[in-house]
Design a protein around this ligand. Structure first.
Ligand SMILES: C[S@@+](CC[C@H](N)C(=O)[O-])C[C@H]1O[C@@H](n2cnc3c(N)ncnc32)[C@H](O)[C@@H]1O
Length: 257
């Protein structure tokens, strides 16, 4: 059954430019390298929210047999080019997968992007065998704590008062535990450094690009975004690029039983 258009429209719209605007194969290759040591190459991998398949393709190149589901037909069209019939349209909250049939599953940058994490964990727990693992790379990993980061993080928190886009361990671990998935901790931490000025960040925000990408700035959000842009431009030396430090990591959840 086709997914309701409203839930996929945002990703359908950005699908053609998604890879290039999210770090391309370099980002995907790093994610695959972080995940690979935690995966059993003898067992298939289910990528929940496979998107354009860019991470799955890198995992495949490392010798893993990856299958994927995603709600967005636009994103999935690219995944199909990469992975063929191994991908299908499917909802992470209602996986088209048999109970207890998977040994390992991954999600990269999914849980901040719209689906109810409770439902996703419920489904991950259902499809995994006892002892199976669900590996999650969050979008909001260890964030830059510099002056730009303080403004942007505060903006994101104000745009998400109910916390539906939180995807860090503090928020997710109890939700997972409620479904029989125990959080075993973070692995494969990978620090990265990049350079951005407050002015560049303000321009990106004003153009509708929030740090975690998938967020759409609505008319209602605009005053908050404009306020954040003004605060960024009021920082000392707004044209000066800061060396920004963050880290990606993998959260490891294990199916109990
Ligand atoms: C930020 S993208 C990440 C894609 C890919 N994992 C990556 O790292 O490039 C988020 C993806 O989650 C998908 N998504 C959002 N809600 C979903 C749901 N309920 N079920 C399946 N996929 C979903 C979107 O369509 C999109 O492709």
């Amino acid at each position: 059954m086709a997914p309701p258009p409203a839930r996929t429209a945002a990703f359908d719209a950005i699908a053609p430019t998604y890879d290039a605007s999210r770090g391309g194969p370099a980002r995907a290759g790093i994610f695959a390298e972080q995940l690979a040591p935690l995966l059993d190459p003898a067992e298939p991998v289910l990528d929940i929210g496979v998107g354009t398949g860019i991470v799955a393709a890198e995992l495949t190149a490392l010798g893993h047999r990856v299958y994927g589901v995603d709600l967005s037909p636009g994103m999935l069209a690219h995944a199909r080019d990469r992975l063929g019939a191994r991908v299908a349209v499917g909802d992470a909250c209602r996986l088209p997968i048999r109970t207890g049939s998977a040994t390992q599953a991954v999600s990269t940058w999914l849980l901040h992007a719209g689906p109810d994490p409770r439902a996703v964990f419920g489904e991950a727990a259902r499809v995994l065998r006892p002892g199976g693992r669900y590996l999650v790379i969050p979008a909001r990993g260890i964030r830059p704590a510099d002056d730009i980061g303080q403004v942007v993080t505060e903006l994101e928190d104000r745009l998400d008062p109910s916390g539906t886009r939180q995807d860090g361990p503090d928020f997710l671990a109890p939700l997972a535990a409620a479904h029989g998935l125990s959080y075993e901790g973070a692995a494969s931490e990978r620090p990265t450094t990049f350079h951005v000025s407050p002015e560049e960040m303000a321009a990106a925000l004003a153009g509708g690009h929030l740090f975690t990408g998938a967020w759409q700035v609505t008319e209602t959000d605009l005053p908050l975004v404009e306020e954040a842009c003004a605060r960024l431009r009021a920082l000392p030396d707004p044209e000066l690029r800061r060396v920004r430090e963050m880290a990606d990591f993998v959260m490891v959840f294990r199916r109990e039983g």
